[in-house]
Design a protein around this ligand. Sequence first.
Ligand code: THU
Length: 129
Amino acid sequence: MTEKELCQKAIHMMDAAYCPYSRFPVGAALECSDGSVFTGCNIENAAYGAGICAERTAMSKAISEGHRDFVRIAVAGKSDDYCVPCGICRQFIMEFAPDMEIICLNGQGESKKFSLRELLPCGFDGSYL
Ligand code: THU
């Protein structure tokens, strides 16, 4: 899949977001090394802390289907600035794909790429345990 197609999937997934509290839809499209793609959206809850971000929805779908070899993820939000993953999502990515590429999109559909190591320097992983 091309980068543009992956970004389009992330943008499209904002339509599936359940975000009555923040009214901030987020979509994600995750590509694995075998080329398979898993999508996700944010799913909020009246008990706010029970909500889940788009990135972790996509990664949970992939992992539960036997895919852990993540290559890149596109994240789309309607913000002026590029929609970057929250801290919990960065840590979640760290567990499976410390070198993953993260493509962040703004509300204009423009994108900026980051590596996880840029977004999460000195990340904690299983080697500390
Ligand atoms: N959100 C995501 O889904 N991903 C991010 O990277 C940032 C934040 C969601 C969580 C919540 O539903 C809404 O955006 C506002 O924080």
